[in-house]
Design a protein around this ligand. Structure first.
Ligand code: CO8
Length: 261
């Protein structure tokens, strides 16, 4: 990593309890080179360990969330180079972030960029955002979960239509197929993502963490297993001070003060 160049990933704290991680390679449409992926994994891990941060926003710039893996970095690579880069482990770390992560998507979210958005828990997209898995057009396939997460989000037939052609789709189409949580004006994307993050950051962190775990683990499990996870998580939360505080506040008609304990 060249320390004299501008940081390719920037971290900010835009609001109480909210961390923001910004991909910053504007000249390369925020293409995800190894440095970016390592820093994303590193910052997500660091922020998750910081008790003062309860929700994370992942953003790019107005032109691109991320236009995919860095094609120039991998064009000449051999299979063993790709294996040794171990990017699948970085994807795993990114997707396993225990804190809720909100993608704030403006512009292009293509290939690895679309996959990065799909590792997030909520996707807020600008009206002009463009999504897609165009890997097939350059002779490869998605490498960050696209063949698995896109069909899980959008269903087999819509996912196949885009995976097999590499065609891009709009934020509105992404919303209609269940890939995007909200579509807002381009200029409002980050403000809206931060507002949702603040809302989540004000809630009981242990309950928030259990919801994330139950949903993600449950999606990959039979219904009975998922329901069992939910039961156990609920039982566990009755050991928390925040459960006592939340319910007492409701009964006393006041706003709860959650501490994460
Ligand atoms: N990688 C590297 N550089 C890129 C990338 C990229 N993904 N995307 C854009 N850039 C660079 C361009 O090369 C250009 O650089 P330069 O100015 O030096 O020529 C600069 O960014 C600006 O790009 P454009 O001039 O093309 O800008 P436009 O606004 O005209 O177009 C697009 C923007 C539509 C985003 C266009 O750049 C594009 O199509 N980009 C490539 C999109 C793509 O194919 N993404 C998928 C990449 S592959 C992937 O993500 C997963 C591969 C998994 C492999 C498995 C590994 C384990």
């Amino acid at each position: 990593m060249d320390v004299s160049s501008p940081a390719v990933v920037i971290t900010e704290r835009p609001a109480d309890g909210v961390g923001l991680i910004r991909i910053n390679r504007p000249d390369a449409r925020n293409a995800l080179n190894l440095d970016v992926r390592r820093l994303l994994a590193h910052n997500l891990t660091e922020m998750s360990g910081d008790p003062s941060l309860r929700c994370i926003v992942l953003a790019g710039n107005e032109t691109a969330f991320a236009a995919g893996a860095d094609i120039k970095e991998m064009a000449g690579a051999g299979a063993i180079d790709i294996l040794q880069r171990g990017t699948h482990q970085l994807w795993r770390t990114i997707a396993a972030c225990p804190r809720p992560v909100i993608a704030a998507v403006n512009g292009y979210a293509l290939g690895g960029g679309c996959e990065l958005a799909m590792t997030c828990d909520i996707i807020i997209a600008g009206e002009g955002a463009k999504f897609g898995q165009p890997e097939v057009k350059i002779g490869v396939i998605p490498g960050g979960g696209g063949t698995q997460r896109l069909p899980r989000a959008a269903g087999k037939y819509r996912a196949m239509r885009y995976l097999l052609t590499g065609d891009l789709f709009s934020a509105r189409e992404a919303f209609d197929m269940g890939l995007v949580s909200e579509v807002v004006a381009d200029a409002e994307v980050e403000t809206r993502a931060i507002a949702v993050a603040r809302q989540i950051a004000a809630l009981a962190p242990l309950a928030v963490a259990q919801i994330k775990q139950c949903v993600l683990r449950g999606l990959d499990a039979p219904l009975d297993t998922g329901l069992a996870l939910e039961v156990t998580a609920n039982q566990l939360l009755f050991a928390s001070q925040d459960q006592k505080e939340g319910m007492a506040a409701f009964i006393e008609k006041r706003t709860p003060k959650f501490t994460g304990k």
